[in-house]
Design a protein around this ligand. Structure first.
Ligand code: GLY
Ligand code: MN
Ligand code: MN
Length: 438
């Protein structure tokens, strides 16, 4: 059965035109990747970004300025193989349904490569340390050796990210629409999980509920392995066991996002498994929430991400001093980085096809300014080590992070994950069953 994520390929055609405008007398070679064992195959992001095509073992060649600027090398139709692994579009499908100017059997790629390289000044190819690199470099060398005495050396190899990574930073109207779908369904799933969590559940049971909520809302995949951390597990930043029982009084931190249309959400919510924050939990949570809201307000075109990063450190340090967790002035603590005992990570990142998406945060040493169409996360947190005997006992082992996905708009921002409750009153009401689900 034919199965594809993208029905409308106009967006991909527009991308190829934009890419072509940045490529001078050069070719770009992108691989979709190989299937591995029983893992579910997901084509490499740069390949999908350019083609909308998702089959393994495929290769895209962009050669702007030639008579066949968009070439696809694909697996040919093969009824005996398709019985095992499913439908293939084949060469005809690659042209007719995916708009390739020409399609070849992928087995012929290295035979065609000299012709593709003919006269090129530059090759865009992502070196990844595999055997493929050797094959590509050998093919280029061989091609050069056939030219005779031209004075041409090896054409330089550039990372396609130079063009594609930067394009992915500022999203098109279509991409924003697709990304919103992923963010909204993820936010509603977080809300639905919140309404079902009970003290005593194992983290993996919560994980299973989250899966059900993601997939029943049309998610294509889990965008990254979810962090489901009960109690002090929430203080482990990259906790991934998701296999502990919980107890009455534990906080639960869920950092999870669904992927749809090859774009992922990245949301964190932290709430009490029994539905009611303790005074200490409420204290930490309210402070993180206050800081998160203030930082979100900073998001708008022209502001540097680094300024938000610095504001996060300053605001969280102020809270930590107010709580008595840090001594001395804000500036002293910022200088000594004492805050990092409780807030060790950065404030966020670009978000898109990768959870930590492509794109430079500074250019020529200058911090980049936000622009309309960028999507960033804002995710402050405070994590009190379980064994920290410098703070009152009831605070030990509390880990809180609150994370939303923010679209930069021409005049400010839009929180794409707003459907996931984060106000204490809303969370407690939802968990007490006195709020309806959407
Ligand atoms: N979920 C990974 C992150 O928040 O950066
Ligand atoms: Mn994040
Ligand atoms: Mn996250």
């Amino acid at each position: 059965m034919k199965n594809r994520t993208f029905k409308n390929l106009q967006e991909f055609k527009a991308r190829r035109e934009k890419i072509a405008a940045s490529m001078k007398n050069s070719v770009m070679i992108l691989f979709s990747g190989e299937e591995s064992g029983w893992e579910r195959f997901r084509a490499n992001n740069p390949f999908v970004y350019v083609t909308g095509f998702e089959e393994p073992e495929s290769i895209c060649v962009l050669a702007p300025g030639t008579d066949k600027p968009f070439k696809l090398f694909v697996r040919p139709r093969d009824p005996s193989k398709e019985i095992w692994d499913g439908y293939r579009y084949g060469l005809e499908g690659a042209q007719k349904e995916f708009g390739a100017d020409i399609a070849y059997d992928v087995a012929d790629f290295y035979k065609e490569l000299p012709q593709i390289l003919n006269g090129t000044d530059k090759v865009y190819y992502s070196l990844d340390g595999t055997e493929q690199d050797t094959k590509i470099i050998r093919a280029i060398k061989h091609y050069i050796s056939t030219l005779g005495r031209t004075g041409r050396g090896m054409p330089p190899i550039h990372d396609p990210k130079e063009i594609l990574g930067e394009m992915r930073v500022v999203k098109s109207a279509q991409e924003i629409e697709w990304h919103k779908e992923a963010c909204e369904l993820s936010a509603l799933s977080h809300k639905a999980v919140m309404a079902q969590v009970k003290a005593g559940m194992n983290e993996k049971e919560v994980h299973a509920i989250l899966f059900k909520e993601f997939f029943s809302r049309g998610a294509h995949r889990e965008g990254y392995f979810s962090i489901i951390a009960a109690g002090a597990n929430a203080t482990i930043l990259h906790y991934r066991d998701n296999n502990s029982p919980s107890k009455d009084g534990d906080l639960l931190l869920i950092d999870a996002g669904a992927e749809k249309n090859y774009l992922t959400a990245d949301i964190t919510r932290t709430y009490p498994m029994n539905g009611k924050y303790t005074p200490a939990q409420k204290d930490v949570y309210s402070r993180v929430l206050k800081v998160q809201k203030a930082l979100i307000e900073m998001v708008k075109p022209g502001v540097s991400y680094i300024d938000i990063q610095e504001a996060a450190r300053e605001k969280l340090t102020t809270e930590l001093i107010d709580m008595g967790f840090l001594k001395g002035s804000v500036s002293e603590n910022l200088k000594s980085k004492a805050y990092s005992k409780y807030y060790p990570h950065n404030i966020g990142h670009f978000l898109g096809m990768d959870v930590h998406d492509n794109g430079l945060y500074s250019v020529n040493g200058v911090s980049r300014k936000l622009e309309a169409g960028m999507v960033v996360t804002i995710e402050p947190g405070l994590y009190v080590p379980e064994n920290d005997d410098t703070v009152p006992e009831e605070y030990r082992g509390i880990g809180v992070r609150i994370e939303d996905d923010i679209l930069v708009t021409p005049n400010g921002r839009e929180v794409m994950t707003a459907a996931a409750p984060k106000e204490i009153a809303d969370i407690e009401a939802l968990m007490a069953g006195s709020n309806t689900l959407t």
